[in-house]
Design a protein around this ligand. Sequence first.
Ligand SMILES: [Zn+2]
Length: 399
Amino acid sequence: MPLRPHRSLPLATPAGVEVLTRILTQGPIPRVEIARRTGLSQAAVTKAVAPLIEAGFVTDQPATPIEADNQLGIGRPVSPLTVVRNSVSVIGIKVTPTALIGVTTDFTAGILTVKHRPLKDPKPDSVIERLAELAKELMSDEVEAGPLIGIGVAVSGDVDARHGVVRHSPLMGWRDVSVADLLGSRLKVPILVTNDVRALTVAEQWFGVGVDADSFAVVTIGSGIGCGLYINGEVVSGAYGVSGELGHLPLAPGDLVCTCGRRGCVETVASSDAILARTRKTTRRRDLDLAGAIKLAHEGDEHAREAFDRAGEVIGSAVSAMVNLVGPELVVIAGEGVAEYDLYEERMRRAFAEHAFGAAGDCRLMLRSHTFDDWARGAAATVIRSYVRGEPPLQRSER
Ligand SMILES: [Zn+2]
């Protein structure tokens, strides 16, 4: 991918942003439908679209006759608008304590290339070096997409996205790491640093369940328990940037200390490390790994089953607390591996049903497996959203 200055979007007005957002997330879509959904006049839609077509970001799909719109059976041909997928390219990287996962995507967050690189050392200096190497490798890939608009980096924990700083990531053992500055000075590309669960939520907002849902939550289960919230048309960060820290709700017994240093957090029972530690303790098998614990539970070992039951119970309670407070119409529960889903699911649903208040019990819980590539794609989706909205550090130069 050629490293050129990123292409500016010809979006002069908020209406232009709104129109491009509809085409990107809901396209192919006819102009008349954009007008209907946005409340803009058809003339305003046409005016906003023209420069996007001219600059090669949006195109008219070939006209297809639509259903007859009157009794004479005369249909008007409609040419829906669609984005030019390869008009730009985007890089997203997910950082974990043991690996970096990088993807290159097109304008619609469609994955073009994937690279996984193991990490020997999770310390910030070392990770920044490896991040820069991986980004350079991805940038030198030949992909059929336009210039790079930016690199998204997704990290767990408390991330100050505005300043590109990871304030505290218990999983990484990081405090106050200026990822955007450190990486940006090496790569000379706009860098956007984001909380990983929020990045996944942005991917769902624009390219997943959010296209059809007015509100939803994404709950991630794995080495940490996270939650992204999409409410009133926005992915919520909150005044402190840490909205949705489901894993640190105090719903577990207070006997265990969490990675965050507090007691009674959901993660002390429900994280994959907690499940493994519990199974090791109760089965007295110090050598067990997570795959072994899952296997034991599937074989019906009561100690292993109990560890997963406890996890399912506390996750279900945490999800019900979140749904009672916030009221999303849908909760996507995404796990890093599918193998153990059946081990939590029944307990989790039961605990949710027990604690959901009134009609909140109608909230749909959708279980879905996802891979580390999806986390990286989320980071790319965050870059795409900021690019379209003209937000820093991807703001358009003419602004
Ligand atoms: Zn905690």
